[in-house]
Ligand binder design. Structure first.
Ligand code: PMP
Length: 433
């Protein structure tokens, strides 16, 4: 065990998980590559959990932040006007597609979801929430309650009443063999039944859902499910919160916001992670009347501070001016089609899925067909040994999930695919032996 890892274990809670039997320290980065404390370099296919959205050492972001730092002002609080915050809110409101949108900035995705839930529940004078099975929405009190993935639920305390919908549990025997349309029908009928049998629609504030479940292993409902759900929700006035913390900013390649794949304009979208390319930021964009409606005074001391919003303006401008959504689609295609093409020859690969630069591989024990966290752990080590950083997730911890910077080049997409396949072949050969 390295000295730093031993010190980490001594003072950081044990539930703060690290990757690899010997965790690495990333000490420098450029573009889509990083170097660890031992001098090993890696192609980064996880980007600090989708957060280094443009990669490392991006001049446009660095120079903008350096200019802000040189002004001497890192923080003022929202008691004073913050030009970079107003500019960022204007841009996000405009690209949200939400009519008369306003934006409230926070420091994290968890806080963003808390703010959206607070606005929805107070607008509806409600205390019940709908969420999806296998979801992850954060580690604060309310967001743990709407998280539907038991391995990430630190407690079962619930400040609302949370009701979990089907729609992302297609692996269950009752749903496995249904067509997309039949599955959507079954899920919508279940929602209707829930609102008839178990919870009064007038008590329900909102449905909160990730368009593609991040921590859940990039699992996703068939396109169209959320518009079908929304018809039912609209008939009762129940609001819809799209958690875009992982799916926003063009990452899925096909649309700018993940939820647009369903043809839905939500009442709120929450965001965090990549927006400031590594500086801490989160927020909620939503209908102005609803966000205005939260009772009392409100503040987030650091939320939307000059440094984070300056970095975010530079990052968002870069994403838009370089059309990184299109790049995500092109590079994602290379990796996803390459993985799908190779999957047949890999007994350990149970499924390959993804959209744009958000793709995943499920690993299963070839003998039993059951999800295998052990094989996923081995694949993590094998990719690391080959100089590729990937992530892990899924309900069973048996999913490799990858989300490189949106600036990935096609050559890097091919390089990463080759490293990944080489690693998977090594794990596959050992599993067969
Ligand atoms: N929502 C989603 C979809 C997430 O993936 C995450 C973080 N993994 C969060 C919310 C919480 O964000 P944070 O860790 O910044 O609080």
């Amino acid at each position: 065990m390295s000295d730093l890892y031993a010190r980490h274990r001594a003072v950081i809670p044990q539930w703060v998980a690290t990757n690899y039997s010997e965790p690495i320290e990333i000490v420098s980065g450029k573009g889509c590559h990083v170097t660890d404390g031992q001098g090993n370099s890696y192609l980064d296919f996880f980007a600090g959990i989708l957060t280094n959205m443009l990669g490392y050492d991006v001049a446009e972001v660095r120079e903008a932040v350096e200019r802000q730092i040189a002004s001497g002002v890192y923080h003022t609080s929202t008691l004073y006007l913050i030009r970079s915050q107003v500019e960022l809110a204007e841009k996000i409101a405009a690209i949200s597609g939400i009519p008369d949108a306003k934006v409230f900035f926070t420091n994290s995705g968890s806080e963003a979801n808390e703010a959206a839930l607070a606005a929805a529940l107070s607008a509806r004078k409600a205390n019940q929430v709908l969420a999806m099975r296998n979801s992850y929405h954060g580690r604060t009190f309310g967001t743990v309650a709407v998280t539907g993935n038991a391995s990430w639920k630190a407690s079962s305390n619930d400040p609302f009443g949370t009701h979990y919908l089907h729609g992302t549990d297609r692996q269950l025997p009752a749903y496995r063999d249904l067509s997309d349309a039949a599955y959507i029908d079954a899920c919508v009928e279940d929602l209707r039944a829930l609102l008839t049998a178990a919870v009064h629609p007038a008590d329900v504030g909102a449905l909160i859902a990730e368009p593609i479940q991040g921590v859940g292993g990039f699992t996703m409902a068939p396109d169209g499910l959320f518009s079908a759900y929304k018809e039912v929700l609209d008939s009762h006035g129940i609001l819809f919160i799209s958690d875009e913390v992982q799916t926003g900013w063009g990452r899925t390649g096909e649309t700018f916001w993940g939820i647009q794949a369903h043809g839905v304009t939500p009442d709120f979208m929450t965001f965090a992670k990549g927006l400031a390319n590594g500086f801490a930021i989160g927020g909620v964009v939503g209908r102005g009347d609803l966000l205005d409606g939260i009772r009392g005074n409100g503040i987030s001391t650091f939320g939307g501070n000059p440094i984070a919003t300056t970095a975010a303006n530079a990052t968002l401008d870069y994403v838009l001016s370089h059309d990184l959504r299109r790049n995500a689609a092109a590079c994602g295609d290379i990796v996803i089609s390459g993985l799908k093409g190779a999957a047949n020859d890999l007994a350990i690969v149970a499924d390959v899925r993804g959209k744009g630069l958000m793709f995943a591989v499920d690993l299963a024990d070839p003998a039993t067909g059951k999800p295998s966290p052990a094989l996923a752990a081995r694949a993590m080590e094998e990719t690391k040994a080959r100089g590729l950083l990937v992530g892990k997730g899924g309900l069973y911890g048996a999913t490799l999930r990858m989300a490189p910077p949106l600036t990935l080049s096609e050559a890097e997409a091919r390089e990463g695919l080759a490293l990944l396949l080489d690693a998977l072949r090594a794990v596959d050969a050992r599993a067969a032996a």
